[in-house]
Design a protein around this ligand. Structure first.
Ligand code: 0X9
Ligand code: ZN
Length: 299
C-alpha cells in the first residue's frame, strides 16, 4: 500500500511502518516514542540485523520537522523501503543500526493536507489563539532563542515559550539522548534549496572538528548525479537560526550531524511535484552507504 509516485497521508506512512514490522519482525521494530500535541503517536522505526539490537553503532534519520516540506517524509520513507525491502542493500545494515523517524511533526503534516498546504510549524496553542504553532526547528535546546528566532506566536519561526516546549521535540530529544552513546551520525531532512548544512547554525561558529564533518559531507554529496548540493556551515551558507535540531545533535556529542535541504532550488519550492520523489530518493540513497561505511569503520 506504499508508493513513491504520490505524497501520502500520515496514516499511510504509519501503516507502511507497521506493515514492515509485521512482515520483517527480525529486522524491524516500531517504537512509539511519545505523542504529539493533537495526540498522534510519534513513531521511530529501528532497522537492525543484529541479534541484540542497540549494540551496533547507529545512524538517526528524521524527516517532517517542517509540515509543508513533503519531499522529506517521502524521501525518508523511501530510505526505509530500500533498507528493509531491497536485499541488495543488506550491506548497509552490516554493523549499523538505523533509527528512522519519517514524520517528527505529524500534526502539522496532516494540517497541510486538510487546511493549509504551506503550514510549517506544530499545531500547539500559543498565547495568541489565532496564531497556533511553534517552529520545531527553533525549539531545540541548544542556543535556544538566539538569532533567527521570534518571540511572536504569529511568526513562522516562533521559538516557543521555552526550549523543548513542544511534545514532538521533547519526545524526540529524550529518545535520542537515551541512545546518544550509540548514535554516531544524525541526519535531518528538510526542503528546499539543495544544501548539505553543517553545524553550527545559531551563528557563524565552527566546531573544532568541522573539517572532518566537511570531508564526510563532500564524500556523500559526490555520490549524487542528478541534484547538485552546496555543502558548508549552516549560518555561513544559509542564514543564522538558533534552536535547530542539527545544532542540538552536535551539542550532545554526536560527531556527525547534517541538515539536508532536498530539492529543488526554487522552481517549485515546497510544492515539489510527486514525480520527483523517486528521482530525489534514488539520487540520495548512495550517500547513505557513505554514512554507513563511516559509522561502521569508526568501531
Ligand atoms: O530554517 C530552517 O529551519 C531550515 N531551513 S527550512 O527552509 N527547511 O526551514 C534550516 C535549518 C538549518 N539549521 C540550523 N539553523 N541549525
Ligand atoms: Zn525545514
Amino acid at each position: 500500500n506504499m508508493t513513491w509516485t504520490n505524497y501520502h497521508r500520515l496514516s499511510n506512512i504509519y501503516g507502511y511502518m507497521s506493515y514492515l514490522t509485521t512482515t520483517y519482525p527480525n529486522l524491524v521494530t516500531l517504537i512509539n516514542i511519545g505523542i504529539s500535541y493533537e495526540k498522534r503517536p510519534l513513531y521511530v522505526l529501528r532497522i537492525s540485523n543484529s541479534s541484540s539490537p542497540g549494540t551496533n553503532p547507529a545512524i538517526w534519520i528524521d524527516g517532517g520537522i517542517h509540515a509543508r516540506e513533503w519531499i522529506s517524509p517521502a524521501t525518508v520513507s523511501y530510505f526505509i523501503q530500500q533498507l528493509v525491502e531491497v536485499p541488495a542493500n543488506a550491506k548497509l545494515l552490516q554493523n549499523v543500526d538505523w533509527y528512522i523517524m519519517p514524520v517528527m511533526n505529524p500534526d502539522g503534516y496532516e494540517y497541510t493536507f486538510v487546511k493549509d498546504r504551506l503550514w510549517r510549524k506544530t499545531r500547539s496553542l500559543t498565547s495568541n489563539p489565532s496564531c497556533p504553532g511553534v517552529d520545531p526547528n527553533r525549539n531545540f535546546g541548544y542556543k535556544w532563542g538566539g538569532l533567527g528566532t521570534s518571540t511572536d506566536p504569529c511568526s513562522a519561526v516562533f521559538k516557543g515559550t521555552k526550549a523543548f516546549s513542544e511534545p514532538e521535540t521533547i519526545a524526540t530529544s529524550n529518545y535520542i539522548l537515551g541512545k546518544s552513546s550509540q548514535i554516531k551520525l544524525y541526519l535531518t531532512f528538510h526542503s528546499y534549496g539543495q544544501y548539505a548544512l553543517i553545524p553550527y547554525g545559531y551563528d557563524v561558529v565552527y566546531p573544532p572538528d568541522y573539517n572532518d564533518m566537511l570531508a564526510l559531507a563532500n564524500k556523500a554529496v559526490s555520490k549524487f548525479t542528478k541534484y547538485k548540493f552546496s555543502v558548508g556551515s549552516t549560518a555561513a551558507l544559509l542564514y543564522a537560526a538558533a534552536g535547530g535540531s542539527g545544532d542540538w545533535a552536535k551539542s550532545i556529542g554526536i560527531k556527525y550531524s547534517y541538515t539536508f535541504e532536498l530539492a529543488d532550488t526554487g522552481a517549485n519550492g515546497f510544492t515539489l511535484p510527486a514525480s520527483q520523489i523517486l528521482p530525489v530518493g534514488q539520487d540520495f540513497f548512495p550517500a547513505l552507504d557513505v554514512f554507513a561505511t563511516q559509522v561502521s569503520a569508526a568501531t
